[in-house]
Each structure stands twice: as structure tokens, then as C-alpha cells.
Design a protein around this ligand. Structure first.
Ligand code: AMP
Ligand code: MG
Length: 344
């Protein structure tokens, strides 16, 4: 199959992409979070092709993307006021809400669950494609399963050229990490995955938030969890990653003590001079955490090289979007963290 390359500024792109979706094809779409691999979310066969292309486990459900917030009423029932409040505050934007699913949503899309995740993305061309297709678009991140997510059209082509119908190129993603997921189906609102909308922002609307254990620790692959995707190893380059916590000086001393040729250092731009002899790669500025979230996956993909022995990674501290960066890096490191303030 030849993968069509569709620039988002081409006025014909929305119609071309929408036709492919309507015909059951796969189109990779730009959003503000990451590139998604999209198909008609109401068409079980089309959705099954997403799982095949990604090598995604069948029980890992997909997010349904809508063009307008009120469309969720077609796919969800018993929608609480909190969902409307969140939509009003953060849509279109990097927030996914889990709600009870209507029967029209195939079990293939929900990974067999009776709930469905919905989101209205902040990319005008992608919303126009959804609107023209006339169906919600189910789209997980467009990477091969387990690998770092795709934040450019080139990343998508690297993983899927010749195996999907088209990619819409909308340039690099602004947020760069996947959406925040909040579950509103079970008593108190529950954060299933941190993202571009921070816990602090959610609490400002909801007044309450439980942090699911899958956010803060490695989950056993046989465990029963709220967000099935969270138990799989994620976002990971080929080699082991270890996060080195602690002050700039202590972390640099630790890494210099342990570094051997073939290792790499993933650090902040401000730290590059400290690691001149340690093959450093910066993913953004510590002083501007949005550059870290925007640059993280591109850097993890660059480090996805079997020739690399081990990666020492520096991770930002604090809340806001730094919380999402911490979560993705910890998952890439399988929660392997050393504290350079105490460890030799
Ligand atoms: P991805 O699209 O690759 O970012 O993955 C989508 C994420 O949404 C996965 O981690 C899923 O586990 C989660 N998700 C999707 N639908 C649901 C649902 N109904 N309940 C809980 N989590 C969900
Ligand atoms: Mg993903």
C-alpha cells in the first residue's frame, strides 16, 4: 500500500482524509498532544486494523475523538454535570473523559469495557476531518505499540509507511505528550493518566481528584486496572533507561561515576555543558517545562537504538505539565530511579 502524504494546509486534505475514514481506512492525524492513528470508531473492522497496524493488545481501549463537545451525547449516557464543566473549561484540548458507553460504540473500540473515552482535540484540520467523515474517529497514538509516541508526521512514516492509507502533516505537536485522562464513571473523579491538563487544573473545576495507582507505580501486567493501557510497558526506547534524581551537581557526579562508552545522557539544555563527554541529548529547557513535554518523545525516539547500552535521564520536578513529563519518563524507565543525593 502507498501511504498518502497530506499536508494540513492543502485545502483538499480534509475531504481526502474524511473519504478514507468513511471507507474504513487508516489515517494518521495531527493533534495538539501526539499524532493519532485514526479510523471510524463505530466500524469494528476499521478499528481492528488500528490494533493490527500498531501491534496493540486487544484489551487496550481507544479514545473516540469528536468534532464538537455536544457530540459525546451520541456515544455516552448518564453524563454527569462534571463532564460538561470539564468540556466547557478544557475542550477543544488535551483532556480525555471516560464515561458510560452507549451500545452504538463497538466493544472493539472500548477494549470490551462498558465505558468509553472521549475527547475533542485542539486541531482545526483534524476536527474538520472528523466533521466531514460524519463519525467519531478512534485514534490511539500513532507509534508501534510500546514505542515512544509520534509527535511529527515523519515519526508516523518511520513506524507505518506503506502500512496505513494516509498521514496528515500538521507539523510538530504543541503539547507533545498524550492527553490527560479522567474517569467520571465511578464515584469520585479519578486521574488515569496525566497530560497537558494538570491535576491542579482538574481540581479547580472538579473540587476533587483521586490519583489512580497506575499513574505513580508500575502495574503488574495481569492486574485488573481502570485504564488497561497503563499496565503495559510504554514509551520505551530499546535500551534500559534510568532516571537520575537530585541536584544538578550531584546527578552529574553520579552519572560521571557510572557512565561507560555506549551510554547516553538525556538532559535539560541547561545541563549540556556538564555532560560534554557523555554523549548528551537535550529534550528541552528545565526553565520552560513546555519545551520538555514537546521534545520528550522525539528525544526518546532518537535514543531508540540497539547500539546504545544505557540512558541516564534527567527529569523535571514539580506540578503542571512537569507531572506528565515525570509520568512518561518514569514509564520509559520502568520506574527505575536512582537518587544521586544518597546513592553512590
Ligand atoms: P492511547 O490512545 O495510545 O494514548 O491510549 C489510550 C488510553 O486511554 C489507554 O491508556 C487506555 O487504557 C485509556 N482508555 C481508553 N478508553 C478507556 C476506558 N473506557 N476506560 C479507561 N481507560 C481508557
Ligand atoms: Mg499510546
Amino acid at each position: 500500500m502507498k501511504t498518502l502524504y497530506l499536508p494540513s494546509e492543502d485545502p483538499k486534505t480534509p475531504e481526502t482524509a474524511a473519504e478514507i475514514i468513511k471507507n474504513g481506512g487508516l489515517v494518521a492525524l495531527p493533534t495538539e498532544t501526539v499524532y493519532g492513528l485514526g479510523a471510524n470508531g463505530l466500524d469494528e473492522v476499521a478499528v481492528s486494523h488500528i490494533f493490527e497496524a500498531k501491534g496493540r493488545p486487544q484489551d487496550n481501549p481507544l479514545i473516540l475523538h469528536v468534532a464538537k463537545p455536544q457530540e459525546i451525547e451520541k456515544f455516552c449516557h448518564d453524563i454527569p454535570k462534571a463532564a460538561y464543566d470539564l468540556a466547557e473549561a478544557f475542550w477543544p484540548g488535551p483532556l480525555t473523559i471516560v464515561l458510560p458507553a452507549r451500545d452504538i460504540v463497538p466493544k472493539r473500540t472500548t477494549g470490551g469495557l462498558s465505558t468509553v473515552a472521549v475527547r475533542c482535540p485542539d486541531n482545526a484540520v483534524t476536527r474538520e476531518i472528523i466533521a466531514r467523515a460524519g463519525v467519531p474517529i478512534a485514534a490511539p497514538s500513532a507509534n508501534l505499540s510500546g514505542k515512544p509516541s509520534t509527535t511529527t508526521a515523519q515519526h508516523v512514516l518511520h513506524d507505518h509507511d506503506g502500512r496505513i492509507d494516509a498521514v496528515v502533516d500538521g507539523g510538530p505537536c504543541r503539547v507533545g505528550v498524550e492527553s490527560t485522562i479522567v474517569d467520571l464513571t465511578d464515584g469520585r473523579p479519578r486521574l488515569l493518566r496525566p497530560g497537558g491538563i494538570s491535576p491542579e487544573q482538574l481540581i479547580s473545576i472538579l473540587g476533587d481528584l483521586v490519583i489512580d495507582k497506575a499513574v505513580t507505580a508500575q502495574i503488574d501486567k495481569d492486574a485488573v486496572v481502570k485504564a488497561p493501557g497503563m499496565k503495559y510497558r510504554h514509551y520505551a526506547p530499546a535500551e534500559p533507561v534510568v532516571i537520575v534524581a537530585g541536584s544538578r551537581e550531584k546527578a552529574a557526579a553520579y552519572i560521571h561515576r557510572h557512565f561507560i562508552p555506549g551510554d547516553r545522557v538525556l538532559c535539560f539544555e541547561e545541563e549540556l555543558p556538564l555532560y560534554a563527554d557523555c554523549a548528551p541529548l537535550a529534550y528541552g529547557k528545565e526553565s520552560d517545562v513546555e519545551t520538555l513535554s514537546a521534545g520528550l518523545f522525539a528525544a526518546l525516539r532518537e535514543l531508540d537504538d540497539p547500539a546504545i547500552h544505557q540512558v541516564y535521564a534527567r527529569c523535571p520536578v514539580g506540578g503542571g505539565v512537569a507531572y506528565a513529563v515525570q509520568n512518561r519518563l518514569k514509564k520509559a524507565a520502568a520506574f527505575h530511579i536512582v537518587d544521586s543525593e544518597v546513592e553512590e
